[in-house]
Design a protein around this ligand. Structure first.
Ligand SMILES: [Zn+2]
Length: 541
């Protein structure tokens, strides 16, 4: 199998010598370490095909979302055969097989090895597998395409049309505006019944993120109808009429805007169904509501620290023609900063804004000291093989020592002191700060992957976990993005171009926006580790 690895960042991890194969071993061992906890109930998935919608139960083992092989067998007409001697399970479909083995975060699908975020787990008589098994392993032997949308709890089978729709609402003076950012562009109609404005999409299902807000006189609620194809805007007693319009979005999407106007402010024109979102009747001009392009940062996302990898004498990866990773990462970081500041009004800090070396720990320290809400480290990759290509998004994985330390710190809330005995932790080793944010970092990585798909060339396994030093000390959700391989000639040409750098930066912006949406939905009642109260504990050279 071909194993891709982060040449530049992993190889520089100071406390450990990490070779190509070690990444795989670590993924397996950390996953095993999480296996102790019994499964907990999790929100179910909906399996959507062109002719049906069926539920698929899910559970959480540690931080991994798992589904049962029995349920998958019933849904997808699979055979499941346990091999007690080998400690594994063989899943069959039309003569093709996937084999999973206890304790291994891998599956062999039609003879090819694919990685899973965690090993299969036994729950009584059932076998549980990470939901990614469906797309990564089952997808390789199944007749139809299988796509897991983990954040919106969907499994898409075959060529179903399921646009992503981000809904926002804002009020300005007497009006309320509801905007739907729809991607990809999907035919729709807007209509009205006495208590609702309905936006109906010509789709199999909708992958919707809805805003939270308090009911008002004009707008009571926004919800997905039971059919799953219509967004219902429930209007309040003050509602008089609506006006719909649309605008093209980047990357082939469309933004549908529905303005709700009060009855008193103007006579309500009878609203007729309109095709394509254009108003069916002429409507009087209205004062403009400011467009949400420069909206204040909401949802707890205010400050982002962007970390352009390497710098100074430490050039990072180098292409055959002499392109240096440190230059690519700085250029991309500046673009991303400009977009996040200009479009979202966020406060953005760079760990370097010139060609100088910055220690790995100092990069995370800047993020901690500036109370950043997110930390994004940018790198470009290198491989000994020219053919290896594709972006990868890493989030932190502890090794065994880190996991043990976390149990001590989180479980007992005490740490041994230098003079013997123990004390409450208001102080934790710097290295462990990231452990309190792993699930959100995973969400962030997933959101970036989702927004990069179809825009940025991704590695076959785009989301990975590794014990990256630069992420370890970050006391906030953090990812490291390898934007592509400088050793791949095609990708090198892309990475040096303004156009492609803009595409990558825009995808990252959308990834952060998507994260903000899903993090609000998924925020678990978990206790994050307290902020380190002292100087970082530095280990290694
Ligand atoms: Zn690097």
């Amino acid at each position: 199998m071909s194993l891709r690895y982060d040449w530049c960042a992993l190889a520089r991890s100071p406390s450990r010598l990490i070779i190509a194969g070690a990444l795989l071993t670590l993924a397996v061992t950390t996953a095993v370490a999480r296996q102790g906890a019994p499964p907990r109930a999790a929100l179910p998935f909906t399996v959507i095909s062109t002719d049906a919608r069926r539920p698929l139960a899910a559970s959480l083992v540690g931080e991994t979302v798992m589904v049962s092989l029995d349920d998958l067998a019933a849904l997808f007409q699979l055979t499941v055969r346990e091999d007690a001697l080998a400690g594994g399970v063989t899943v069959g479909y039309k003569g093709r097989t996937v084999i999973v083995t206890a304790g291994q975060a891998l599956a062999s699908a039609a003879g090819r090895l694919v990685s899973l975020p965690a090993p299969p787990a036994r729950d009584g008589r059932r076998w549980l597998v990470p939901v990614e098994f469906v797309s990564r392993a089952l997808g390789m032997i199944y007749d139809a395409r299988l796509d897991v949308r983990k954040n919106s709890r969907m499994v898409l089978v075959g060529d179903v049309r399921v646009p992503r729709i981000a809904v926002r609402q804002e009020s300005s003076g007497p009006q309320t505006r509801v905007t739907l950012a729809v991607n990809p562009r999907t035919p729709y109609t807007v209509s009205q019944d006495p208590s609702r404005v309905l936006v109906h999409f010509d789709a199999d299902a909708l992958d919707v993120s809805l805003p939270t807000f308090s009911p008002q006189g004009l707008l009571q609620s926004i919800r997905l109808s039971e059919s799953g194809q219509t967004i219902a805007i429930d209007v309040g007693p003050r509602f008089g009429s609506f006006r719909a319009s649309q605008a093209a979005l980047d990357e082939g999407g469309v933004q549908v805007t529905v303005d709700l106007m009060p009855a008193a402010a103007e006579p309500a024109p009878p609203a007729a169904p309109s095709r394509g979102g254009l108003p069916a009747l002429p409507v009087p001009p209205l004062p403009d509501i400011p467009t949400p392009s420069a909206q204040p940062a909401a949802g707890g996302l205010r400050t982002v620290v962007i970390d352009p990898g390497h710098g100074g004498e430490e050039t990072g990866a180098k292409s055959a023609t002499g392109v240096l990773e440190k230059d690519i990462t700085l250029s991309l970081a500046r673009r991303l900063k400009a977009l996040l500041e200009g479009r979202l009004g966020l406060r953005v800090l760079l760990t370097r804004d010139g060609d100088q070396a910055v220690a790995l720990d100092d990069r995370a320290a800047l993020a901690n000291n500036s109370k950043a809400d997110l930390f994004v480290s940018l790198h470009a990759n290198a491989s000994i093989r020219q053919t290896v290509s594709g972006a990868q998004i890493y989030y932190f994985a502890a090794d065994h020592a880190g996991e043990d330390a976390r149990r001590t710190a989180v479980g007992r809330h005490t740490l041994p002191t230098a003079g013997g005995g123990s004390r409450d932790i208001e102080m934790i080793p710097w290295e462990m700060a990231q452990l309190g944010h792993l699930s959100e970092s995973g969400l962030l990585a997933g959101a970036i992957e989702e927004q990069c798909r179809d825009r940025v060339r991704l590695s076959p396994r785009p989301v990975l976990q590794a014990p990256l030093r630069v992420l370890a000390g970050a006391n906030m959700p953090a990812v490291l993005v390898e934007v592509g391989f400088l050793t791949n000639p095609d990708e090198e040409r892309q990475l040096v171009s303004d156009a492609y750098q803009s595409v990558v930066a825009l995808a990252l912006v959308d990834g952060l926006l998507r994260y903000r949406e899903v993090a609000d939905l998924a925020r678990p009642p978990q206790h994050a580790l307290p902020a380190p109260a002292s100087e970082p504990v530095r280990r290694g050279p």
